[in-house]
Design a protein around this ligand. Structure first.
Ligand code: ATP
Ligand code: MG
Length: 654
């Protein structure tokens, strides 16, 4: 008899079918599921056919060397040509590709024709440095157009880029440059962060000190900050790139040519250098952007708020949207600079129709208050998306009500750095959406919830999320570490050949998938395996709570006990006053929402939660605090002082 892996505590009955009007015009239809089911390789071949191939492929999938996949073998294409040139050749050179908005208020519109000229110049510049296909280039840049141009220039030349988030420390940059053996680093003098210019080149210099192998550092001028300069090594982007010809002929590369290396967020441990290649990746990036966001070239104005340093920025700012000839907003700064209405002002100004962000930001908007978006005209929005963490039903409803006028579809998209593109999501116009559920594997993708032995669990039960067949945008490995690749993803269910995602999930009684957080984070209370997500969602559904993180801490009687860390909603009554009464009310609320077993032993009201730079809560650090251990690796934490704040609140008597 299969063991139940996760208790299924919450139930959510609300469902939001698409409007008839939306369904009638949608890119996706229910038939896609059938097409993909009846001929999966044929289905992916059809999706790949949306791209321009210099040489057609011979075989759609070669899985003979599993878990190392090859897609579209023998096929050749140029990724940058597909993202830029072909749109210009098709007569869309005057269409705006990027509405760029700088944090201090400067802005720049870049058409596809201009983008082609810039990418061509940058490609000529990188060639002039002696770089050849297969070389690695590290990019640490703020959200400026040059970041996208640099990535596309690499893709155009077959150089493998490794983008490092602009906020990362010299140590984090150094280890990534070293790991990839990058020959060139592209950076900027400084970056704007919350209204101030902070140095960047200086950090890069520190990162590269004594490091052999980096031949050139190319510096984009952004803030005008003074920079240290190494003669012979450092070059200004505007000097180097500005002097080049705007003509460059793109050469085609093998479908399996390495496109980029990108490190995971480090939420659960040491980051992994994930390798992605060209043809399959671009196929799935383009397909998912078209069907999940219902994107229409030339009509929509699309905005993904991610940073270029994360996989979401790679797939849904650079490769997917540009392959699909999107007009998109790219914003440089933070959402509360100069004020908390910044995003909505941008939506109003550019008529943004598709908006894609993370639950952490949605909960922040909730905390700031609904009156802020209410004072802007958001009527251009027709579709909203979420990615990065499970979205609590309460946050989903708030998003739809206050940003989506109570009418727009919301797509809750589950995927990972490793998957390269969206895997599980509702299809707008097809799926009746359920707040808090990512629902169903996309057509062409196979996902299941299984128990310890790899057997699929019944409807209404929880377990491990696995991907049961290869997909075009899948990682091709961990850079330089094939053993870690096998161990991390393929050893857990080796006999079944499943990819182990590391996330817990459940099926509801309709068979829809709900993500329940990291398997590493699952709590075991008196023999019940309880997900962090469900308890957090119950807490967030209380009107005084803006954000919550829960962990299991060892407990002499129950094995583990639930410890919750809670941030109060701005000005919420009850929390600022009598803490013990507020805490008692929250414990009762959880008991009522999901049952007495899930009642936290301890609830701590804290000012902040530890998050990765991509906004994910790092529960492993909270578990260290709850169990009085020394706090583990914090190198990918957005703000390292947060742990100090939290620990001080937890000392006896607090
Ligand atoms: P590391 O693997 O180094 O711990 P990470 O897993 O945080 O880092 P990412 O690849 O950025 O790095 O994040 C992928 C993870 O984000 C998924 O495994 C899942 O836990 C979470 N996630 C992403 N989207 C969703 C979603 N829509 N619903 C639930 N969880 C999501
Ligand atoms: Mg991960």
């Amino acid at each position: 008899m299969a063991e139940e892996v996760l208790s299924n505590l919450m139930s959510e009955g609300r469902s939001f079918p698409p409007s008839e009007e939306f369904a009638a015009g949608a890119n996706a239809t229910a038939a896609l599921y059938d097409d993909a089911a009846s001929d999966r390789e044929g289905f992916w071949a059809e999706q790949a056919g949306h791209l321009n191939w210099a040489t057609p492929w011979e075989q759609v999938l070669d899985w003979s060397d599993a878990p190392f996949a090859k897609w579209f073998t023998g096929g050749r294409l140029n990724v940058a040509y597909n993202c830029v040139d072909r749109h210009v050749e098709d007569g869309h050179g005057d269409q705006v590709a990027i509405h760029w908005v700088g944090e201090p208020g400067d802005s720049r519109d870049i058409t596809y024709a201009e983008l082609l000229a810039e990418v061509s110049r940058a490609a000529n510049a990188l060639s002039s440095l002696g770089l050849v296909a297969g070389d690695r280039v590290a990019i640490q840049l703020p959200m400026v157009p040059e970041a996208i141009i640099a990535m596309l220039a690499c893709a155009r030349l077959g150089l493998t880029h490794s983008v490092v988030f602009g906020g990362f420390s010299p140590a984090a940059l150094r280890s990534r440059v070293e790991d990839a053996a990058a020959r060139v680093v592209i950076t900027s003098d400084g970056q704007y962060r919350r209204g101030k210019a902070a140095p960047m080149k200086e950090n890069v210099d520190e990162a590269l000190e004594g490091l052999a192998g980096v031949e050139k550092v190319v510096v984009v001028r952004r803030t005008g900050t003074d920079v240290p300069w190494t003669e012979g090594r450092d070059l200004w982007w505007h000097d180097l790139v500005g002097a080049q010809s705007a003509e460059h002929t793109a050469e085609a590369f093998d479908a399996e040519h390495p496109l980029f290396i990108l490190y995971t967020s480090g939420t659960t441990g040491r980051p992994k250098g994930i390798l992605h290649t060209s043809g399959g990746y671009l196929t799935q990036a383009s397909y998912t952007h078209r069907v999940v966001f219902d994107h229409r070239p030339g009509e929509d104005v699309y905005w993904c708020t991610a940073d270029i340093g994360w996989i979401t920025g790679h797939t849904y700012i650079v490769y997917g949207p540009l392959a699909n000839r999107a007009t998109q907003v790219v914003y440089e700064g933070t959402p509360n600079t100069p004020n908390e209405g910044r995003h909505w002002e941008i939506v109003e100004r550019y008529g943004v129709s598709i908006y894609y962000t993370a639950p952490t930001l949605i909960r922040t908007f909730m905390k700031w208050g609904a009156h802020i978006p209410a004072s802007f005209d958001l009527s251009s929005l027709r579709l909203l998306g979420s990615v990065g963490e499970p979205i609590n039903p309460e946050a989903w409803l708030w998003y739809r009500e206050n940003i989506g006028r109570g009418t727009t579809p919301i797509v809750d998209t589950w995927w990972q750095t490793e998957t390269g593109a969206i895997m599980i999501s509702p299809l707008p116009g097809v799926t009746a959406a359920k707040p808090g559920s990512a629902q169903r594997a996309l057509p062409g993708i196979g996902a299941r919830v299984v128990d310890d032995s790899g057997t699929e669990v019944a409807k209404g039960s929880g377990g491990y999320l696995v991907l049961d067949r290869p997909w075009p945008a899948m990682l091709r490995g961990i850079w330089g570490d094939p053993e870690r690749f096998r161990d991390t993803y393929w050893s857990r269910f080796a006999d079944r050949g499943f990819y182990f995602a590391g996330d817990g999930a459940k099926y509801d009684t309709d068979g829809d998938i709900w993500l329940l957080g990291r398997v590493d984070d699952v709590m075991n209370v008196s023999g019940h395996r309880i997900s962090t997500t469900e308890v957090e969602s119950a807490l967030v559904s209380h009107p005084t709570v803006a954000e919550a993180a829960v962990v299991g801490a060892s407990d002499p009687t129950t094995g583990q006990a639930i410890v919750a860390f809670v941030i109060a909603r701005g000005g919420a009554a009850g929390v600022d006053g009598d803490r013990s009464a507020a805490v008692a009310a929250l414990r009762e609320h959880v008991a009522k929402e999901i049952g007495p077993i899930a009642k936290p032993r301890q609830i701590l009201i804290v000012p902040e939660l530890p998050k990765t730079r991509s906004g994910k809560i790092m529960r492993r650090l909270l578990r260290d605090v709850a169990e009085n251990r020394e706090v583990g690796d914090v190198t990918t934490l957005a703000d390292s002082s947060v742990m100090e704040l939290i620990s001080s609140g937890l000392r006896p008597g607090a």
